[in-house]
Design a protein around this ligand. Structure first.
Ligand code: M6R
Length: 610
């Protein structure tokens, strides 16, 4: 998704802006641009199609010197990726703007502004906002008031940063539906769509809230809320250390993040578990009251986070005996639902800024749920701020577009939540102790799986020339198979579908032949014998099987079946551990195919528009 950076300082800002854009590259984009106000009070602008490196080369050739500037990486929504459609957009030669989000009524505004004599040079919705602000500026002669008036006309989602050459000492920013954070410096201030962009220059941040509009100057940040009331937004410190966003010794962020899992899973457990029980108070002071009264759980999420929710459904129904529904946010938000009494609305999101998930949460808050719980990785994100109760995962910044450590830490948090809920619903203390002990073993077991990396790399060669693949799992391993298929398709571009293994003979078996690798996860549980029969169905059709199996499960390598033995794990924690070999498999296939592992084509890290 698009990224925004802005700075006002005593020093030249182009280096700060470029580094900020580099740090936003992980979000996915197709073009990049920058505008600064120079010493002669003129707007200087550069825009390039392609990578930030191309913009950097252009700026090396023609520097943009100035102490006030805005910059942007664009992910096309209105109009093709091109230099003309890249941000910043201008109205005349004095006003420049960058925008994240979508303006839904841009066509009507465009016609109106054309009739007023404004000329359009791009196909974007953003240029409409530039002209609308300039029109207001001509009327009121003040940038802040002009932005304030203009946004009353906008429908949709936006984070905006605006500069004007007639007011070279400040920028005006605002947000509605798209994230925006202010980075607080000393004698300088910054803004960005993601705090990671600003870590080289500050670790102190203020998260703007929906409807906020802010005036950003070197010495001062003034914020007003939607009603026009002056407000203070709390300053929070970034917790993770600036080097957490470097690749270190790893070739890709994705690999680094896969290898971080033992540590971050452990961090997600810390303070929430004793040796044998869940510390319910660690989930929040209101958690006990809430959990006592929950009769149904409605989980909402997208992508990988949705798969985490699907695993949680197995846990919640099995351990807590509480009915649980799971749905992708983009479907849920657009249909009518019947809400059971005392339903807990549970959103799962790595970023906390996914547009569909947030929209579903906002609807839910009007709809009579008992409370809204968020499982999220980004402190200060919209999801965290807008939920009643929050369980933070401790994955640290996840940069690779393909979610890895976010998923396994979400599962860890969800399992802890499930145990707390189950305790209020009659789970025996001995069973709780058994599972808590199993959770404590997970970081070590993930390490054991990571030790198989070389063998998994070897296996990955069999996928290089394939166009399609099937992933099978049963029970709580079905969502793990779905997550494995999502990983393979998003970074290697190999078509991958996941099925519950029992569904094979109801259709997908027709696809199986020697060109269709079939990947299966087989922990040693009640379903393993049934799964073995499903594997035979595949072998009998000449399919080649790749099975990640518990060493006690009795699945052996032979003609047409490659078995990778996984250390024995408790069946409840197995989804966390069995995810890891599938992540490694996808990673190595993608590396062999030479794709852009950390920034796969057409995808964005944080999907902040619908
Ligand atoms: O930030 P979120 O967890 O809300 O993101 C949801 C999905 O966009 C995300 O999980 C996506 O599917 C992954 N990047 C896939 O690896």
């Amino acid at each position: 998704m698009c990224g925004i950076v802005g700075a006002v300082s005593e020093r030249d800002v182009q280096g700060i802006l470029l580094e900020g854009l580099r740090r936003l590259e992980y979000r996915g984009y197709d073009s990049a641009g920058m505008a600064v106000i120079d010493g002669d009070h003129q707007v200087q602008r550069a825009r390039e199609l392609g990578k930030v490196a191309a913009l950097s080369d252009a700026i090396d050739a023609n520097p943009l010197d100035g102490q006030l500037g805005i910059a942007h990486t664009r992910w096309a929504t209105h109009g093709e990726p091109s230099q003309l459609n890249a941000h910043p957009h201008m109205s005349g030669d004095r006003l420049a703007i960058v925008h994240n989000g979508i303006i839904e009524n841009y066509q009507d505004l465009r016609e109106e502004l054309k009739a007023d004599g404004f000329t359009f040079t791009s196909q974007t919705d953003t240029e409409v906002v530039a002209h609308l602000i300039e029109k207001n500026y001509r009327a009121v002669g003040d940038l802040y008031d002009a932005v304030k008036a203009a946004i009353t006309r906008l429908r949709g989602a936006y984070a905006l940063a605006v500069i004007h050459a007639d007011e070279p000492d400040h920028m005006v920013v605002c947000r509605e539906g798209s994230p925006l954070v202010v980075g607080v410096g000393i004698g300088e201030n910054f803004i960005a769509s993601d705090q990671l962009a600003l870590l080289p220059v500050t670790d102190r941040f203020m998260f703007l809230e929906e409807g906020d509009i802010a005036d950003i100057r070197k010495e001062k940040v003034s914020i007003h809320d939607r009603e026009g009331t002056p407000v203070e937004r709390k300053i929070t410190r970034f917790e993770h250390g600036a080097d957490s966003v470097d690749k270190g010794e790893y070739r890709h962020f994705m690999l680094k993040e896969i290898y971080e899992q033992p540590r971050v899973v452990k961090a997600t457990m810390e303070g929430r578990l004793t040796d044998s029980s869940v510390l319910e108070q660690a989930l929040g002071t209101d958690a006990a009251d809430l959990l006592e009264n929950v009769r149904h759980v409605q989980i909402i999420a997208c992508g990988t986070s949705y798969h985490a929710g699907m695993v949680a459904r197995y846990w919640i129904e099995e351990l807590a005996g509480v009915p649980c529904s799971v749905e992708v946010a983009s479907e849920y938000r657009y249909r009518k639902h019947v809400i059971q009494p005392d339903t807990l609305f549970l959103c799962i999101s790595q970023s906390g800024e996914t547009a569909d998930t947030l929209a579903a949460l906002r609807q839910a808050k009007e709809a009579g749920f008992r409370a809204a719980l968020a499982i999220c990785n980004v402190p200060g994100s919209s999801l965290v701020r807008e939920s009643d109760l929050v369980i933070m995962t401790q994955a640290g910044p996840e940069i690779g577009v393909a979610s890895t450590k976010a998923f396994t830490t979400q599962l860890t948090a969800l399992l802890i939540f499930t145990l707390a809920l189950a305790r209020h619903n009659g789970l025996a203390p001995e069973k709780e102790a058994e599972i808590v002990k199993a959770i404590h073993l997970v970081p070590g077991q993930v390490n054991d799986v990571l030790a198989l990396d070389g063998e998994i790399e070897e296996l990955s060669k069999a996928f290089m020339d394939k166009n399609h693949s099937l992933f099978l799992g049963r029970g709580s391993q079905f969502p793990v198979a779905m997550e494995g298929a999502l990983k393979l398709k998003e970074i290697s571009y190999i078509h991958a579908e996941a099925y519950p293994a029992g569904e094979l003979k109801h259709g997908p078996l027709a696809l199986v032949d020697s060109e269709m690798p079939v990947v299966t996860v087989a922990p040693n549980n009640d379903l393993v014998e049934k799964l073995k029969s499903n594997l035979e169905e595949v072998r009998a059709r000449g399919g080649e099987l790749f099975v990640f199996a518990d060493k006690e499960a009795g699945v052996k390598s032979e003609e047409g079946i490659h078995v990778m033995q996984i250390p024995s794990v408790h069946e409840i924690t197995a989804p966390i551990v069995y995810t890891v070999p599938l992540q490694l498999l996808s990673y190595h296939v993608a590396v062999l195919k030479g794709t852009d592992v950390d920034q796969p084509r057409n995808l964005a890290k944080s999907v902040t528009v619908e």
